[in-house]
Design a protein around this ligand. Structure first.
Ligand code: MN
Length: 357
């Protein structure tokens, strides 16, 4: 197991008086063991205990024979996996439960280990995972570096006359050739489609003067990249240029704010106040950003209601946008890594207004 990470979790468990934790999220299990196991509907649990008797409960269907530094408890499809797990649970003490553990497992465990108090244990893991360690920082940089290369190749394809769907397919080929996967289904949106922040690529073809939103992310060695660029085809109408400038400035103002001790809500406000002052506040319909790491959306967002303070090692997106229904959509997104005195921008693809074709 990744002992430093496990130790951090155990420290927080002890502080909060939760002596045991049931972890089921494959990303969290990877974070602690270095092994991705996708159990589908079957039970997979890493049980951590402040007493040190950690166990990995795993179905015989998943042939994980390497030494992960934790004892494995095997079971098969004919056995009651939760009953086996419950034998190891200390029924006198609270149990932290993974928030994403299917209810049928938890309800069964509540029957089996009735004396225990069940609490949301994910808050502990989520908080530790927010601050990336040295190895993770390097992996986050690597993923964004590859995403920059992919964005460059994708932008060069825009004049080729592809529908949104076809261009999205080309991106999967680009990622494949670069040896990475997708961290999420890419958003490629032309013209009026770009006014839907979560538009799914369709058969639309690009017209001159339209904007193109490219919101793409690769996944490399388990870690996610995420970047959005908005470019224009052939020319940018003056009105759209004005919108672009406002969003671009909002992106820069928010990034300029990022340093340890600043609250997430103040970073959100830096972007939002600029867009509001320009008169487009109601067209910036989402939060400014989200944490990212092993998963593309992790706990902790850059929003008006998150009063938590930023700490070194946190990685999150800064992605203000303006979506004017039926007219134009613009979003500019970067990932930042908080450093001791400020932040490092993980992706470096061109951000100035770009015309292609
Ligand atoms: Mn994003």
């Amino acid at each position: 197991m990744k002992q430093e990470r496990v130790n951090k979790i155990l420290e927080v468990l002890a502080e909060r008086g939760i002596p045991q934790l049931v972890i089921a999220d494959p990303a969290a299990i990877f974070y602690l063991t270095g092994k991705w196991i996708q159990p589908g509907e079957r039970m997979l649990v890493l049980y951590l205990s402040v007493k040190g008797n950690h166990k990995l409960f795993i179905n015989e269907l998943f042939p994980v024979y390497d030494d992960l530094g934790v004892d494995k408890v095997w079971f098969n499809d004919t056995q009651d996996a939760v009953a086996i797990l419950s034998q190891y649970i200390n029924k006198e003490s609270p149990v932290g439960i993974d928030k994403n553990w299917p209810a049928h497992f938890l309800l069964r465990l509540m029957e089996q280990a009735g004396g225990s108090r069940f609490v949301n244990g994910s808050v502990i893991l989520d908080q530790v995972r927010m601050c990336k360690d040295g190895q993770e920082r390097a992996l986050m940089r690597d993923a964004s570096r590859v995403n920059d290369v992919a964005m460059g190749q994708l932008v060069r394809l825009i004049p080729g006359g592809y529908s949104e769907q076809r261009l999205a397919q080309r991106l999967t080929v680009i990622y494949d050739e670069l040896g990475v996967g997708c961290s999420f289904a890419p958003i490629i949106a032309y013209g009026a489609n770009a006014t839907d922040p979560h538009h799914e690529p369709d058969a639309s073809m690009l017209q001159e003067g339209e904007s193109v939103i490219l919101d793409i992310g690769c996944k490399m060695n388990g870690y996610c990249a995420d970047m959005t660029r908005t470019v224009f085809y052939k020319y940018a109408p003056d009105f759209a240029k004005k919108i672009y400038d406002i969003v671009f400035e909002a992106n820069k103002r928010a990034i300029d704010m990022v340093k340890p001790g600043v609250r997430f809500c103040d970073i959100d406000a830096a972007a939002r106040n600029h867009i509001e002052a320009a008169g487009y506040g109601k067209y910036f319909t989402h939060r400014t950003g989200h944490s990212i790491g092993l998963e593309v959306h992790e706990f902790g967002d850059v929003s008006s209601v998150n009063t938590a303070q930023v700490e070194p090692g946190m990685t999150f997106s800064i992605e203000p946008g303006i979506y004017l229904p039926g007219e134009v959509g613009v979003r500019v997104e970067d990932l930042v890594l908080v450093t001791e005195h400020g932040c490092e921008i993980l992706n470096s693809f061109e951000k100035n207004l770009t015309i292609v074709g």
